[in-house]
Design a protein around this ligand. Structure first.
Ligand SMILES: Cc1ncc(COP(=O)(O)O)c(C=O)c1O
Length: 374
């Protein structure tokens, strides 16, 4: 087929999947990236981040982006860009397994399923901690488990911005209350890290979950959950020694070494991350985060007005609420092209408020729910 026809076919096919601009994507954490980031990706799409001797400039974009992100989280400039939260979480637990020689990971039930996936791949045993009625992890049980498994522990995992409720889990409090034992913490801030870190100095108070907490050794953060085209994430590390643990022999590469768990990594990822730091910077991200949070508060207020049980006031732009006959409601919303997700909380569903979820989209959802709930 002639390429013009192929592109035309692809455009037509794409229109059959849910649209961001029409406000149809409500459950996914993916976003509709601005044109300049797609352009940034394109310029570096044909370079390989994992061939840093040849593609030196590409590598320098990664170094600068990681430094920028690391500074935002009070780190020391160490880490890698990744293809997202799953790769970052697997990498973190791999590095920490190599560091500690342990075999056990402790995480609350709120952890993203990529943590369970990572444990399976790395043959680690995951010990899950329950959540209280406020959906926060039970820190005293967590501390007892840390003490019980101290000699075999790889890491404790907490999430800054849980996938279902957007809760920033109390990393600082855990480390304060569970201080007389040696362990390290991996923070999965894939979704909420950027949001919480830039909103922190506004009217919202979040627990400290960054490298200022001395037991935090690794931190996942994604740009593609807020603004960038996927894939675009990072795993930030406390030290260069940890970077070495994810550096492997690669005999035919010019340096004889290769970083990260992947092989070829598109240079487009570095170009996108770098462009975000240059165009948006902290102030741009803050403006975006404030706007998304304001929309989430609006949606939660409107849902309450029609009698829907919103589980908690959104800290981050995720709105989770309960409805009777949840599965029937989800089906009905999907048939209206409002693609919302269920949660593991019984009877609940949630909206991730990305920049395509406007006030009008929120109104459309509320109006549909009002009709469906009768
Ligand atoms: C907290 C958290 N961690 C990790 C991930 C996995 O990210 P990805 O799908 O980019 O691999 C997600 C995805 O929603 C998430 O919410």
């Amino acid at each position: 087929m002639e390429w013009g026809h192929v592109i035309e076919s692809l455009r037509r096919l794409r229109s059959e999947d849910p649209s961001y601009s029409e406000g149809e994507v409500l459950g996914s954490m993916t976003v509709d990236p601005p044109e300049y980031l797609l352009e940034a990706f394109k310029i570096f799409a044909n370079t390989n981040l994992n061939d840093p001797e040849m593609f030196r400039v590409t590598r320098s974009l990664e170094v600068e982006s990681v430094r920028w992100l690391s500074k935002l989280f009070y780190g020391y400039g160490h880490g890698f860009l990744t293809y997202g939260g799953t790769e970052s979480n697997i990498t973190a637990l791999y590095i920490l397994r190599e560091l500690t020689g342990g075999e056990i990971v402790i995480a609350p039930k709120s952890a993203h399923f990529s943590i369970r996936k990572a444990c399976k791949i790395l043959r680690l045993h995951l010990v899950e901690v329950g959540l209280g009625s406020d959906y926060y992890p039970d820190l005293s049980t967590m501390c007892e488990l840390i003490k019980k498994y101290r000699d075999r522990l790889v890491a404790v995992v907490l999430t800054a911005g849980t996938t279902e409720l957007g809760i920033v889990e109390p990393v600082d409090e855990l480390v304060e209350t569970c201080s007389d034992v040696d362990y390290v913490v991996h923070v999965d801030a894939a979704y909420g890290g950027l949001l919480a870190q830039v909103l922190r100095d506004g009217d919202v108070r979040y627990p400290v979950f960054d490298f200022r907490v001395d037991k935090v050794y690794t931190l996942s953060v994604d740009l593609h959950k807020l603004v960038a085209p996927a894939p675009c994430g990072a795993i930030l590390l406390r030290s260069g020694e940890l970077e070495e643990l994810a550096t492997f022999d690669a005999p035919y590469m010019p340096s004889g070494k290769q970083r990260t768990l992947l092989g070829t990594r598109s240079g487009g990822v570095a170009a996108v991350a770098w462009a975000v730091t240059q165009v948006l910077g902290v102030e741009g991200l803050k403006e975006l985060a404030r706007e998304l949070r304001a929309r989430a508060l609006y949606l939660s207020r409107r849902l309450r007005e029609i009698g829907v049980d919103v589980i908690r006031e959104p800290e981050l732009p995720i709105v989770t609420f309960k409805v009777p006959n949840r599965d029937r409601i989800i089906k009905a919303l999907w048939s209206r092209k409002l693609y919302i997700y269920p949660t593991s909380i019984p009877g609940a569903l949630r909206v991730v408020v990305g920049s395509h979820v406007t006030y009008e989209v929120a109104d459309r959802l509320v109006n549909s729910l009002r009709e469906l709930l009768g």
